[in-house]
Each structure stands twice: as structure tokens, then as C-alpha cells.
Ligand binder design. Sequence first.
Ligand code: NCD
Length: 305
Amino acid sequence: MRNLIDITDLSVEEIDQLIATAEDIIANPAKYSQACAGKQLATLFFEPSTRTRLSFESAMLSLGGSVLGFSEANSSSSAKGETVGDTVHAVSCYADIIAMRHPKEGAPYAAAQVAEVPIINAGDGGHNHPTQTLTDLLTIHREKGRLDNFTVGFCGDLKFGRTVHSLVSALSRYENIRFVLISPQELKLPRYVKEEALKSKGIPYTQTTDLESVLPQLDILYMTRVQRERFFNEEEYLRLKDSYVLTPEKLEKAKADLSILHPLPRVNEIDVAVDKDPRAAYWRQVKNGKMVRMALIMMLLGVEV
Ligand code: NCD
């Protein structure tokens, strides 16, 4: 049985296959409309979400399947003290596949040890978010036509931003990617991510606190929100939250074919005026999230059309 806990649970070939399937779903949605008929997806969200949970549910409904689940821990038996393992074990008696989000790093991995159906990590604390990475990769592929030979800037909260950790890990497996890591000193990419994904493979990267000076080099800019819920100290959050605000003026110096991604939700880090810029890919990215999750659900359930 397959799970998706970490993006490296998928080989590069499998990721390329998921992207190809997502492209085919976009081109021929009707072909897939009954692909998962009779199958049930459970979404167990112990942490807030809009896009991830609803895109999973919309994905399953568009495959002809059905959905069940909860969107806050308080409405599940975890409020009575049940362990994540027992909750997931129980749900795996009803559902054919489970997408779960949890504030504790490693919770989906623990769940996968007891579940009788595939587990998808829909975000675990400040650790990983592999299905956002599939969304990001599909978006880069659609915007740029390839997944190699880029300079990619990651800007914002690189410490707690789980989408960043998973995307750095995924892109480090493609050819000729250069990373520019833009963050306040306090929110730098964790050492373990740098060691595993970059240093051990000799992949070039630079670290800076200054977005504007590096913006002209970038082919892709991945903006992120400062992750308030992971801070121990509200004052520190307030001091760092507006470290970077992307505006149309700053973008004047960027490449004409830059692609701007953001996993969303945005707080203040991209001025809404940027939305009109054709280089802003983040609303297209939202749509891609559903499509690639359709492809993923089919793969993990072993469904072929
Ligand atoms: C991200 C997350 O949950 O990590 N959101 C998402 O899934 N699209 C990013 C964030 O919350 O900042």
C-alpha cells in the first residue's frame, strides 16, 4: 500500500507521471468523472485549512467518489483524548483513502503505521506539505514548460514554512536548479533541509535578507506567509511579519518571464495590485492544486482510466 508522507516517497518519474495525468485531466475532465466511483476519501484536518481540504474534496467529487471527514480537532474524538493513531485506525475502517493535516510533525507518518488504507500528508506542523509541492510543480510546469534549469527564489518564512521544505527537496532532484533563500536571519531555512536537499548533493544556493537585490536574477519567486501559529512569542511575530511585501514597483526590476508563486493564504506579503501582473501565477496555482490531487488519489488507489 502506498502513502504520501514526504515528497521523496515519490520518484521523479512518478512525479512526472502525476503531472502528465493532471495535464490530461485538465484537457479531458469528462474522461475521469467516474474514475473513483464507489470510493470514499476521508479528510481529517486537525488544523485550519481552506484550499488543501476543499481541493481534496473537490478532487474526489470530480472523480465520482465521495467524501467524509472533519475540519477541526474539536469536533472529533481527539477532543476526548483519543490518539491520532486510534482516530485514523477507526476512519480507515470506513474510508478507502485518508488525507490528514496535523499540527504535530510526524503525525501522518505515525498514522500510516496503523492505517489500513493510503495516508496522504496534507501538512504536518512546520515540517512537510508534499501535496502543495505537487501543486507547485504542476504550476511551474504549466507556466514554464519544464522543471529544470532555473534560479528559484524562496522568500519569507523559510524556517516554519512547510511548503518551502517540501518544494526545496523536490526541486533539488531536477537538473541545474539554483536556489536563492531570502529571509530574515531568524527565519532561515532549517539546517536539516539544507543538509539533506542541498549540501549533500552539492547544489548551489545563496542566502540573503534582501529581496530587491536578488529579484532580477530569479526565474521563479516563491513567496510565503510568516507562520504566526508556529511562533512561541507574538512580539517576535509582529516584528517579522512584514519583512517582505512584494509590490508592482519592486517587480519592475524582475525578469519579464518571472513566475510568482505563493501557496496561499496571503496575509500582507503580496500587494493585491500584483494580482493583475501576468507573472502572478498564484491563482492559477490554486486551480492546479485540485487537478494534481485528482491524479494523486487515482495513483494511490491504483485506479487507471
Ligand atoms: C500552506 C500551509 O498550510 O502550509 N497553505 C496551503 O496549504 N496552501 C501555506 C500557509 O499556510 O502559509
